[in-house]
Design a protein around this ligand. Structure first.
Ligand SMILES: [Zn+2]
Length: 142
C-alpha cells in the first residue's frame, strides 16, 4: 500500500491509499478516485509542502592555532591585577615587612602589593602568612 497526498481541481487536499503507484495512475485515469469534498474525479498528486531548511551551522571549533593563554584567561588575570592595584597599597620592596606587620597586627590590616623575593615568599609562608603572587601577563616586561 502506498499513500498519496492528493488534491482535486478545486484544491481540496486529501490522502488516499493505493496498492501501487501504478494503481493510482490507473484509477485516476479511469476516474475512480474522487475528491471526498466535492466528488470531482479530477485529482492529482498535491505539491509537496516546501521542505523546511535545516540550519546547517557547523559546530564552532575554537582556533587551535592560537598561541599563548586564552584571551578569556588573560582578561581574568588583567581584571584581578587591576583589582589588586586599585584596592591595595603598593609597598614596593617593603612587601615582606609590611605583610608581617599586618599579620602580627602591627600595622593596619589592608591589602598590599609589592616586590618580594622567592625567599621572602617562602619565609612568609613558613610564618603562616599567605601571599598571592600577582600573575604576570604575556607581553609584560620582566
Ligand atoms: Zn474537491
Amino acid at each position: 500500500m502506498i499513500s498519496f497526498a492528493l488534491w482535486c481541481e478545486n484544491r481540496h487536499r486529501f490522502d488516499a491509499w493505493f496498492r501501487t503507484a501504478a494503481a493510482f495512475d490507473e484509477q485516476v485515469a479511469r476516474g475512480i478516485v474522487t475528491c471526498p469534498g466535492c466528488g470531482s474525479p479530477k485529482v492529482e498528486k498535491a505539491p509537496m509542502a516546501p521542505a523546511i531548511q535545516r540550519a546547517t551551522a557547523a559546530p564552532s571549533h575554537p582556533d587551535q592555532q592560537e598561541r599563548g593563554p586564552p584571551a578569556a584567561l588573560v582578561e581574568a588575570l588583567s581584571a584581578l591585577r587591576a583589582k589588586v592595584v586599585a584596592e591595595a597599597d603598593y609597598v614596593g620592596d617593603q612587601f615582606a615587612e609590611e605583610a608581617r606587620k599586618i599579620h602580627y597586627r602591627e600595622a593596619e590590616e589592608r591589602g598590599i602589593y609589592g616586590e618580594a623575593t622567592r625567599e621572602d615568599v617562602a619565609a612568609l609562608a613558613e610564618e603562616g602568612i599567605d601571599v598571592l603572587p600577582l600573575p604576570r601577563l604575556p607581553g609584560e616586561a620582566n
